[in-house]
Design a protein around this ligand. Structure first.
Ligand SMILES: Cc1cc2nc3c(=O)[nH]c(=O)nc-3n(C[C@H](O)[C@H](O)[C@H](O)COP(=O)(O)OP(=O)(O)OC[C@H]3O[C@@H](n4cnc5c(N)ncnc54)[C@H](O)[C@@H]3O)c2cc1C
Length: 742
């Protein structure tokens, strides 16, 4: 491949290891998390990989061998990661980053294993987020792995929201599960009857308890709620038949049937009795909103892990492809480089790698954000409770908080010398202001992670499979790439398919506090670009500007029939814009991580020596990703801005606006060359160019055209970056063999 030597002076020498990840994902100094990574990795690349290699994925049933993995998850800390130390866990404080790391390590080998290890936490999540203290202590402690010397089996939980047709889906407004009062003796705890049929419920093959969403079927119970069902409750606890999954076969899934009697104290979060009616403290959708706020991030991280795990097997395959053939003698380029003598395989692998990095950066930065947000959320909760603020009053209260949050975001975006430092300190001292900022960002970043990492990730995972040729779609493919491709579709589906994430994005991205941050991030990217032009940050900043222009335009624009464009039911508009935003969020996260690598890498003794080459390579990946993101954003925004106008036809009105050939001939004497500038010229006989109609002018969006053109021009250098990254891939040293069985 012809890349000028000057462009590749320093680059990647070996595949990045934990030291690189530690810096980029801010794990430096987090020895607890680094130990967790190592112990989970041993399980992933040991028992899990062996089971996959032995063909365990070819059965749907929850077999003895699969069941044995649960004890490995307990032993390595994957199941205990969710609990507080006093409940049998080992990590103090928020655990979002820790859970994402567990998901990453297990999904590097098999995402079903990751799901199997983490689904218990999903079952516990309603209790963790909204349960009473007694509920929390009971179920967390029961679910914690047994301590040394303790003789008990940990409980396993499942989460049952989705129900069978016709009450399917995570559209939480639809519920078929019912709760009624079975018995209610005076002065006694009411006994409830719960009827629920679950659909596709993870962990159901062995769960000891289930948190299930149900609706009232009794006038003595108000609204909806979630209830905790236990295996030993009187009635039917039928696990149902296993789902014949094509994916994630290392997790257990089935369609259970529950018909049980439980005490009313099993209502998650408790209840009160008003005028003889049981009023659950939390409705099922309030609980689910709190649960899904975090739990979708590790799912996105799973797909990221798979993309990054594909790099090494693909390089090994490409390099060795022709070895053994007569035409490929040792020492020849074909022998040494195999397929890598060709540019295409390298470029495509660069795309896979860059996508994986961006997905991981997005997932881990969002996990970190939630770790910061969690304690603030508790403060918010307490503050509102103390003030007795609920429902719509909360919205009113937050009007003022949000205004101050916007002020703080704007102040922080100013150069330090121009900031009112005292005011910044004052605003920063208010936990609710900090909460509003982080919460509005998290509400966008969580669905963006789930949507982009899994949806676009699945498409790119296909590319990784394609790079292995026929081998890619065999069970023998090193790194199990074919399985990983297929599995990615489930990650894009469960905990809400793409539509659910887009719907959340299209609402949350309208938050003024988020939009203020978006503007601040644009400035930040320009600043990064001024110091590190090779990151692609400038290109990305232009894409941010184009997105913002389009967003503002769509708020007021109408289509050719006069209908408003940005409105809930118009998913063609809002969902497309959500997709574009997710591209931006992912590329931005990678840029920030690459800056971190450059700034902090030197402090890490292992990295310091080869740092310039490493940073150069990562900047190239980032540049490639920014270019790809801005291309997508440009395309989506252009379709939205232009696409809802009716294209002009050759009718009388439109022709009126065109030049006539006669007029041009006359003007040519005065302004030589004018004829060649006019595109739509009507001939003397009324003839016109052979196309749909005169070119659309869309003069009302001339600014958009200028921004779009600028964005395209900002791609300058992106392909050079790709060439450099590709060249690096053809030279990087890889280990002799993959470190897990194939
Ligand atoms: C292996 C596996 C494990 C699972 N584990 C669990 C579990 O543990 N607990 C649990 O409760 N559930 C679980 N599920 C269920 C899972 O969450 C749902 O299958 C998933 O959320 C999709 O819902 P659905 O199947 O009803 O599809 P639907 O909601 O019917 O979606 C079908 C299509 O319609 C689109 N769509 C849906 N709603 C809209 C809308 N409003 N606007 C536009 N488009 C829309 C979707 O994007 C999708 O393309 C699991 C599923 C599987 C396959």
């Amino acid at each position: 491949m012809a890349v000028p030597a000057a462009l590749v002076s320093e680059t990647l020498s070996t595949l990045p290891g934990d030291d690189v990840r530690s810096v980029m994902w801010r794990l430096e100094g987090r020895y607890d998390l680094q130990m967790l990574i190592q112990s989970v990795r041993q399980v992933a690349r040991g028992p899990v990989a062996r089971l996959v290699a032995e063909g365990a994925r070819s059965s749907h049933d929850w077999t003895e061998q699969k069941n044995a993995l649960l004890e490995h998850y307990d032993a390595c800390g994957a199941t205990g990661v969710f609990m507080e130390p006093h409940q049998g866990g080992f990590l103090e404080g928020p655990k979002n980053l820790a859970m994402a790391l567990v998901a990453f390590e297990l999904a590097w080998v098999d995402a079903g294993a990751a799901t199997g290890a983490l689904a218990g936490h999903l079952g516990l999540s309603p209790i963790h987020e909204r349960g009473t203290q007694e509920q929390q202590d009971r179920y967390m402690s029961l679910s914690a792995p047994a301590a040394p010397g303790e003789d008990r089996k940990p409980w396993r939980g499942a989460f049952a929201l989705t129900e069978p047709i016709p009450y399917v889906g995570v559209d939480t407004g639809m519920l078929g599960g019912k709760v009624s009062v079975a018995r209610w003796e005076p002065g006694q705890e009411p006994v409830l009857k719960v009827e629920k049929r679950g659909r596709f419920i993870t962990n159901m093959g062995f769960a000891n308890f289930v948190t299930a969403a149900v609706d009232s079927a009794d006038e003595r119970i108000k609204g909806t709620c979630m209830v905790i069902l236990e295996e030993g409750d009187p009635g039917t606890f039928d696990r149902g038949t296993p789902t014949k999954k094509l994916v994630h076969q290392l997790s257990s899934t089935s369609d259970p049937i529950f018909s049980l009697e439980v005490p009313a104290s099993r209502i998650v979060g408790g209840y009160s009795v008003k005028d003889g009616v049981i009023v659950p403290r939390w409705s099922h959708d309030e609980i689910i909103a709190a649960v899904f706020k975090h739990t979708r991030v590790p799912v996105g991280v799973m797909t990221a892990a798979k993309l990054l795990s594909a790099v090494e097997p693909v390089i090994r395959y490409q390099r060795g492809r022709f070895r053994g053939a007569q035409q490929a003698r040792p020492g020849s380029p074909r022998y040494d480089l195999g397929l890598q003598v060709r540019e295409d395989v390298l470029h495509r692998l660069v795309d896979v790698w860059a996508t994986g990095e961006a997905a991981a950066s997005l997932g881990f930065s969002t996990s970190r954000l939630f770790d910061e947000l969690d304690p603030l959320e508790k403060v918010k909760f307490q503050t509102l409770q103390e003030k007795g603020i609920t429902g719509r009053a909360e919205l009113r209260y937050f009007k003022d908080v949000n205004a101050r949050a916007v002020e703080l975001v704007k102040l922080r975006a100013k150069p330090e010398a121009e900031r009112d430092a005292a005011r910044v300190a004052e605003l920063e001292a208010d936990p609710l202001v900090r909460y509003a900022i982080l919460d509005s960002a998290g509400a966008v970043l969580c669905p963006a992670t789930k949507l982009w990492n899994t949806g676009h990730g699945a498409t790119v995972m296909r590319e990784a499979v394609a790079l292995m040729g026929g081998y890619g779609i065999t069970e023998d493919c090193p790194g199990f790439l074919g399985h990983k491709w297929m599995d990615a579709q489930l990650e894009a589906t469960y905990e809400g398919p793409e539509a659910v994430q887009r719907r959340q994005l299209s609402v949350c991205m309208q938050n003024e506090v988020f939009l203020a941050q978006l503007d601040a991030w644009t400035k930040e990217l320009r600043h990064i670009a001024s110091e590190r032009p090779d990151t692609g940050a400038c290109n990305l900043a232009s894409a941010f500007v184009l997105w913002r222009y389009t967003y503002d335009h769509l708020q007021v624009a109408t289509d050719a029939t006069g209908q408003k464009l940005y409105q809930g039911p118009r998913q063609g508009v809002t969902f497309a814009l959500s997709d574009a935003l997710a591209w931006l969020m992912a590329a931005r996260s990678l840029v920030l991580d690459v800056v971190e690598l450059e700034q902090k890498g030197a402090e890490n003794a292992v990295l310091a020596e080869g740092l310039p080459g490493l940073v150069r390579f990562y900047q190239d990946l980032s540049h490639v990703q920014c270019a790809r993101a801005s291309g997508e954003v440009g395309r989506i925004c252009a379709e939205l801005v232009y696409g809802y106008n009716k294209h002009p036809e050759w009718n009388a009105d439109a022709q009126q606006a065109c030049w006539e050939a006669r007029e041009l001939d006359e003007l040519e004497d005065l302004i030589p060359g004018i004829g060649s500038c006019a595109k739509d010229v009507i001939e003397a006989g009324g003839g016109h160019p052979d196309k749909a109609g005169p070119c659309a002018h869309c003069s009302s969006v001339a600014d958009f055209a200028a921004l779009r053109m600028k964005l395209d021009q900002c791609l300058t250098g992106a392909r050079l970056a790709k060439d450099r990254a590709a060249e690096a891939l053809s030279k990087v040293m890889i280990p002799e063999a993959l470190d897990y069985p194939v």
